[in-house]
Design a protein around this ligand. Structure first.
Ligand SMILES: *Cc1c(COP(=O)(O)O)cnc(C)c1O
Length: 222
C-alpha cells in the first residue's frame, strides 16, 4: 500500500529530523491533510494508528468525518482552511482544533458559538507572513493585538499557523513565525507541508500539515 509506505517514510523523516536538531519526537505532531481524499484512504491511516487529520473545507469535512469520528472517537480533526462566519456553527460542532483564526469578527463569532455549544476548542492564529493580498491570515504587525483581543473573548489560543508564499524560501517564514509566537507567549507552531516539513521542524514546528506526501496527488488543486 502506497499510503502506508508514505506514512512510514514520513514518520521516520519526522523522527530523524527532530532527533537531529535535539528535539523530542513527541514535540512534533503529524497532521494528515485529507482534503480531496476518500474515506477509505483515511481509514487506511487510521488503521495504521494515525489519529490527527485536517480538512480545509467545512462542507467536505461534514460529509466525511462524522461517521469516522463516531467509529473512532479519538480521531482529532483540524480546520486548516479559511472559515466564513456563516459556517462557524458547523465548524465548532465538528472540529477539534481551528487553525485559521485571522480576524476579530471571526473570533467573536467563534467565542459566541463555543459558549453556546459549551466547548472551548483550541485555536491557532493564522499569520499571513508573506503579506500576500489573496491569502488568509492576519498581517504580522496585527498579530499581537488580535491575540490579545481573542484572549479577552476567552478563546483558547494555543499557537500560530502560516503558509509561506510558494516562491519564497520557507525557512525565513518559519523562523519569523516562531519569533512572533515567543513574543506572544505561544507554544505551538503549525507550519510545514509536504515539501518543506523538515525545514519547519528545524525551525520549531510542533504540528506539520502533510497531504500530498501521504495520500498522493489530489485530483484537483484547492
Ligand atoms: C492542502 C494543505 C496542506 C497540505 O499540503 P501538501 O502540500 O499537500 O502537503 C497544508 N496546509 C494547508 C493549509 C493546506 O490547505
Amino acid at each position: 500500500m502506497t499510503i502506508l509506505n508514505n506514512f512510514n517514510d514520513i514518520q521516520s523523516e519526522i523522527e530523524k529530523t527532530a532527533i537531529h536538531c535535539g528535539r523530542s519526537i513527541n514535540d512534533v505532531t503529524l497532521v494528515a491533510v485529507s482534503k480531496m481524499h476518500k474515506t477509505e484512504e483515511i481509514l487506511t491511516l487510521i488503521s495504521a494508528g494515525q489519529r490527527v487529520f485536517a480538512e480545509n473545507r467545512v462542507q467536505e469535512a461534514l460529509q466525511k468525518y462524522p461517521p469516522l469520528k463516531e467509529r473512532f472517537p479519538d480521531v482529532k480533526l483540524h480546520l486548516i482552511g479559511s472559515l466564513q462566519t456563516n459556517k462557524v456553527k458547523d465548524a465548532v460542532r465538528l472540529f477539534d482544533v481551528i487553525e485559521t483564526v485571522d480576524r476579530f469578527e471571526l473570533a467573536q463569532k467563534l467565542a459566541e458559538e463555543m459558549k453556546k455549544q459549551n466547548k472551548n476548542i483550541p485555536c491557532f492564529i493564522q499569520v499571513n507572513t508573506g503579506e500576500e493580498p489573496q491569502k488568509g491570515g492576519c498581517a504580522p504587525h496585527e498579530t499581537s493585538l488580535l491575540i490579545n483581543r481573542c484572549r479577552h473573548l476567552g478563546l483558547n489560543i494555543i499557537g500560530l499557523m502560516c503558509i509561506p508564499p510558494v516562491d519564497d524560501e520557507p525557512s525565513a517564514h518559519f523562523a519569523f513565525l516562531k519569533k512572533l509566537a515567543i513574543q506572544n507567549g505561544l507554544k505551538e507552531l503549525s507550519m510545514g507541508m509536504s515539501d518543506d516539513f523538515t525545514l519547519a521542524i528545524q525551525q520549531g514546528a510542533t504540528f506539520v500539515r502533510i497531504g500530498t506526501a501521504l495520500f498522493g496527488q489530489r485530483s484537483y488543486s484547492n
